[in-house]
Design a protein around this ligand. Structure first.
Ligand code: NAG
Ligand code: NAG
Ligand code: NAG
Ligand code: NAG
Ligand code: NAG
Length: 285
């Protein structure tokens, strides 16, 4: 029968006892194909490993090979405002501001004086803390300077553990993003932070107080040599306390870095060298 014939052909294709072929090939033919693929994949793996090895040889583990020429570092505030960059709370509603105080506690933990004394050095202020490598001999690990939490005084959360939020005089902490090798400030003039209100809110912002005094980032915290070389680096901070901000109204604030060698970012990048945010402190009138 035709059906049987087809079946027989099919069976013969899988295993043909006459020619001793399996799926149309002899054992030696299959063996050669297998051998070819084994050699081929070993060759590919070897090529990949060699390429990676050569690439890795060219990298310096202490410094990025490529760093885009970011002339103006970004700025961020703590407590971290949400995507809308708003800090809004009601002084009478503890729950509405307690999270800000807790966020600051957590953020400032590594700045505790005891922690800093253990990890970092007391450096000479007002000058760069240069730790150059001598040629191929790397001067690693590099030391870092103490930034004690108490430098933030009224905004350190020690004297006033609610950072002024409860009394409607909140503290905002500002830091500059790390940029390897950046030397901000020329001629010994340290960069400093200033905050101001958008024009329409200028009569609502009230007086500000900065910690450390004048809102400076001391020169001794620069340059930064990178995470691997300078493991204990603590970014310097500036705290701003809003002493008399108008309650129950939106106040649009912008803080920016002032350094005689850092250009203020363009409108294209609104976080280059500055950070805008909104403050609104509600009180039950
Ligand atoms: C920092 O000090 C505060 C009290 O001054 C303490 O509650 C906190 O646990 C300390 N944090 C660290 C990381 O040592
Ligand atoms: C930081 O605090 C520690 C512990 O109180 C102290 O020994 C050290 O001198 C302080 N550092 C600076 C730079 O004031
Ligand atoms: C980093 O801090 C640890 C203590 O936490 C200290 O033992 C170590 O010496 C520090 N390293 C450098 C390079 O400052
Ligand atoms: C703050 O700035 C003023 C004016 O520029 C200066 O006289 C004063 O010494 C500065 N204070 C500190 C602690 O740097
Ligand atoms: C606080 O600001 C208000 C106006 O917003 C002003 O009348 C008042 O005198 C200020 N108080 C202090 C202590 O500066």
């Amino acid at each position: 029968m035709a059906k049987d014939g087809e079946k027989g052909e099919w069976r013969e294709f899988i295993w043909n006892p006459r020619t001793r072929e399996f799926l149309g090939r002899t054992a030696s033919s299959w063996g050669l194909i297998l051998l070819f693929y084994v050699v081929f994949y070993i060759f590919l793996a070897g090529l990949f490993a060699l390429t990676m090895y050569v690439m890795l040889q060219t990298l310096d583990e202490h410094k990025p090979t490529w760093q885009d020429r970011l002339s103006t570092p970004g700025m961020v505030i703590r407590p971290k405002a949400d995507e809308t960059f708003e800090i809004v709370y009601n002084t009478q509603n503890t729950e509405s501001w307690d999270m800000y105080a807790q966020a600051l506690d957590k953020f400032l933990g590594p700045y505790n004086d005891s922690v800093q004394a253990q990890k970092n050095d007391e450096c000479t202020p007002d000058q760069y803390f240069l730790q150059a490598d001598s040629g191929e001999v790397k001067n690693n690990p590099k030391r870092s300077c103490q930034f004690n939490r108490t430098f933030l005084q009224d905004c350190s959360g020690i004297r006033d553990r609610y950072y002024g939020y409860q009394e409607g005089k909140p503290c905002i902490i500002i830091k500059l993003n790390r940029v390897i090798g950046m030397l901000p400030g020329k001629d010994g003039q340290a960069p400093y932070v200033t905050c101001g209100a958008k024009k329409e809110d200028s009569d609502k912002i009230g007086d500000l107080q900065y910690f450390p005094p004048n809102g400076t980032f001391n020169l001794m915290y620069y340059p930064y040599y990178g995470k691997k070389a300078q493991v204990n680096y603590s970014q310097p901070l500036v705290a701003v306390k809003f002493l008399n901000i108008t309650a129950n109204e939106d106040v649009n604030v912008e803080c920016k870095i002032n350094a005689n060698n850092i250009p203020i970012g363009s409108d294209r990048d609104k976080f280059a060298g500055r950070v805008p945010f909104k403050l609104r402190i509600n009180t039950n009138k």
